[in-house]
Design a binder for this molecule. Structure first.
Ligand code: GUN
Ligand code: ZN
Length: 440
């Protein structure tokens, strides 16, 4: 067993700070993180842990560093990496104009692999070590993604899009082929190393009721796989769903009738929900991905995080690239704060860092494995650099406490703030170097 030791300011969460702030986090101003065999061995004050180490132990010291768990992105589309920042449309027109033409390229597995590599590089650059990821309708797009993720030993969830109507022919499957392809991918990839599978109907408008039923069949046969889709993002979308599913009580009901709700079901957006939908999400312990940069970019609306908290629904943050405008979870938290402002709410930086780490892990039902530095968890962590830019350094010097420091990181931080990213104890990104190995 080789022990690796990191010394920096260290922050991690033990619970949601909205419940009980003081006991929700641990902060070690001069801390040590001990890692062995890809797992957390211990975390604590340097003054307490140093005397317990063998005398010649090498220590990696970051005097300007803030060490936190790796960020968790609970909703993102890897095939949309190349179409981030596409001008001018709201959701339904944006899909037709930009998304569907782009996604057709992923029929070519080599092409998909190239984008998957670039996508994972961007995630690691942003400090994201786990994500819940959309592929395209092509099963080879998901093979390409998992192969690239497995090579880096990242904890990732991905799924093949199920889509049998209201999309170009080149992007549609059928209820039966979607079932077969998804099943094959589950058997190949779910729990293969650190990879997990999500049954992924794109959204109700592009799946027939028969196809949604097939998604439900998969969840019954493989009860520990995830379900990942979009819900109530855009006002026109909600009207369209009511026309396509006249028998459904509301948007969520289109999924509920196929038994797609549950603790491993993640619904992106959830902006225009009725009371009954909030209730059903809460009752089923379903999870929500809050995607503020996307929601502002597409003009979709303002997610009500306060309501989700009051309903007891676990929420994670998602970048939703390519409708989202940044891979950076710090930038996503920046916009989350502004969404709260526009609603007359306040998003505290403690809550923000919780959402980005343990909250995201809980939303993905992975908090037994990742999300904080409890001994035994997988050693996915990042080093944020308090001197990453002249402005960051200058501004942080004025901060009087951790609250202010974290808030400034969320407002001014982006990929420049991420000095290093580790996954399962291995260095996977170093900001100032091109020399980080991409394969184990
Ligand atoms: N709804 C259905 N598909 C998509 C997509 O690709 N992106 C977003 N933001 N919403 C969707
Ligand atoms: Zn999305």
């Amino acid at each position: 067993m080789t022990l690796s030791v990191y010394r920096a300011a260290i922050l991690h969460f033990l619970d949601d700070p909205a419940r009980q702030l003081d006991s929700s986090y641990e902060y070690f101003e001069d801390g040590l993180l001990l890692v062995a065999d890809g797992k957390i061995q211990a975390v604590g004050h340097a003054s307490e842990l140093l005397p317990t180490l063998p005398r010649d132990t090498a220590i990696t010291h970051y005097p300007q560093g803030l060490l936190t768990p790796g960020f968790v992105d609970t909703h993102i589309h890897y095939p949309q990496t190349e179409m981030i920042a596409a001008y001018g449309e709201q959701l339904l027109e944006w899909l037709d104009t930009y998304t569907f033409p782009t996604e057709q390229k992923f029929a070519d597995k080599d092409y998909a692999r190239g984008v998957a590599e670039r996508f994972l590089d961007e995630l690691l650059r942003a400090g994201t070590t786990t994500a819940l990821v959309f592929g395209t309708v092509h099963k080879q797009s998901v093979d390409a993604f998992f192969e690239a993720s497995a090579e880096r030993n990242l904890r990732m969830i991905c799924g093949k899009v199920m889509m049998d109507r209201n999309a170009p022919d080149a992007l549609t499957d059928t209820p039966d082929s979607a079932y077969r392809d998804s099943r094959e991918l589950i058997e190949k990839w779910h729990n293969c190393g650190r990879q997990r599978y999500a049954v992924t109907p794109r959204f109700a408008p592009t799946s027939s009721p028969q196809q949604l039923q097939k998604a439900g069949d998969l969840l019954r046969e493989f009860p520990d796989v995830y379900m990942h889709t979009h819900l109530s993002e855009n006002a026109n979308e909600v009207v369209w769903v009511s026309e396509l599913f006249p028998e459904s009580e509301h948007y969520l009901d289109t999924y509920d009738q196929a038994s797609l709700l549950g603790k491993r079901s993640v619904f992106a957006h959830c902006i225009h929900l009725q009371d009954r939908e909030w209730q059903a999400l809460s009752d089923s312990r379903s999870k929500i991905a809050f995607c503020p940069t996307s929601n502002l970019f597409l003009g979709s609306g303002l997610f009500n995080l306060t309501r989700a908290e009051a309903e007891g629904i676990e929420v994670g943050v998602g970048t939703d690239v390519g409708a989202g405008t940044s891979f950076s979870i710090l930038q996503t938290l920046n916009e989350a704060y502004k969404v709260a402002q526009l609603r007359g709410d306040k998003l505290s930086p403690f809550k923000s860092f919780y959402l980005a780490t343990l909250g995201g892990a809980r939303a993905l039902d992975m908090d037994d494995l990742i999300g904080n530095f409890t001994p035994g968890k997988e050693a996915d962590f990042i080093v944020l650099d308090k001197a990453c830019t002249p402005l960051m350094e200058f501004r942080l010097q004025q901060c009087r406490n951790l609250f202010e420091t974290l808030f400034v990181f969320t407002m001014l931080g982006d990929d420049r703030a991420v000095q290093e990213t580790y996954a399962a104890g291995q260095l996977r990104h170093r900001r100032d170097s091109n020399a980080v190995p991409q394969t184990p």
